[in-house]
Design a protein around this ligand. Sequence first.
Ligand code: SAM
Length: 176
Amino acid sequence: MITVLRLGHRFERDKRISTHICLTARAFGADEVVFDVRDERIEESVKRITNEWGGNFKVNFTENYNDFIKNFDGIKVHLTMYGLQVNDIIREISDKVNESKNMLIIVGGQKVESDVYFITDYNVAVGNQPHSEVAALAVFMDKFFNGKGIERKFNGKIEVVPKARGKDVVRKGKDD
Ligand code: SAM
């Protein structure tokens, strides 16, 4: 089970990027995203997409991210440009997650409180340049799954048939 914890969602400004975190987490192989700020607009739009495109992906909320991280039963990875390079540590993380089964991936927003760096098992950088929580999450997950995370089948009502040009989309009817 892979959970993504999204810290620092700003209700006024972050609806789009937080939705993209959810969609990226889902598409790259995570099971749930937990927020420390409740935003029903995101829960609704992710629910709508999951309903059409399949899978059991969930959006949840915690009132206390500190306790949530401390009590999480599994390997805790904080993505930050200040951490160890992902290529140097990804194999060790994979081995640990294989043993403990669960992984928590933490991504921040504008600023992450310094305590987070000390209550996680790994602080991991996807390059040591600042970029985006969506990019960091996608690259980390792709490396974690050795490129196979994006091949997962979702068995949704809608499925894309890969095509060199144009769009081929299969819609499954009620009887399928
Ligand atoms: N100074 C921040 C940091 O610690 O990475 C950059 C803030 S960035 C706007 C928001 C989030 O994107 C960060 O909290 C982190 O999770 C992720 N992020 C940005 N650049 C990253 C990088 N090079 N490696 C890993 N995560 C990154």
